[in-house]
Design a protein around this ligand. Structure first.
Ligand code: GRF
Length: 209
């Protein structure tokens, strides 16, 4: 029988609600039979709340803080990250609220291995303020996209996309809440698909079978 066991690393920069949700679902403490192993969490921002959360709640997770705030720090960050990826034989690099741009070189070396979550229906509302931009624009439907990363920002083969309707009574806060709730559900779904070997990329399209 084929072994679909996958080693993942999570990258986060801030609050880390997506990262925590993934850890809660797949950490070995919660599932002895999980086909997803979270080998490490890497944070680029020494002041990010996710660091204390992981230290306090998940002592068994390998936590790395590789400083990368300024563009000049990227080369060193990617060098450290590559060492961690090799050390743990990482299959997938999961960007969960990772707010920095990886170099084209790093992305191309890890093509079809880096997955990102974005709080809009790409290709609409790219960038770091996607929820606010959609709300301010007045669209009636926005959503969440999970995609493979390519050198172009907020682009790449889409794995999963789901809508969120913006109702007249919604505020930016209620919209953010709806989007984050959906993000958490969708990342678990995608990781489950990966763990079952159900994702394939062909002709730049993701097929789920
Ligand atoms: C999420 O909305 C994610 O889509 C975006 O950044 C946000 C991070 O939230 N890339 P959190 O740090 O996971 O709470």
């Amino acid at each position: 029988m084929k072994n679909f066991h996958k080693n993942i690393i999570i990258l986060a920069s801030g609050n880390g609600s997506n990262a925590i949700n993934i850890i809660n679902n797949f950490s070995s403490a919660n599932s002895s039979v999980s086909k997803i192993s979270i080998k490490a969490l890497v944070c680029n921002n020494p002041d990010a709340p996710i660091i204390d959360k992981v230290k306090n709640m998940y002592a068994d997770i390998n936590l790395y803080c590789l400083p990368f705030k300024k563009a000049a720090e990227r080369t060193l960050f990617e060098k450290g990250l590559t060492e961690i990826i090799n050390k743990y034989k990482i299959d997938y690099i999961i960007l969960a609220g990772f707010m920095k741009i990886l170099s084209n070189d790093f992305v191309l070396k890890n093509l079809n291995k880096i997955i990102n979550i974005h709080p809009s229906l790409l290709p609409a509302f790219k960038g770091t303020q996607a929820i606010k931009d959609a709300f301010d624009y007045g669209v009636k439907v926005t959503g969440v996209t999970i995609h493979f990363v390519i050198p172009e920002i907020d682009s790449g083969p889409i794995i999963l996309q789901e809508p969120v309707f913006i109702e007249e009574y919604d505020t930016i806060e209620t919209l953010e809440e709806k989007i984050h709730k959906l993000e958490h559900k969708m990342y678990i779904k995608v990781l489950e698909l990966i763990s079952c070997g159900k994702l394939k990329i062909a002709d730049n399209r993701v097929k789920i079978f």
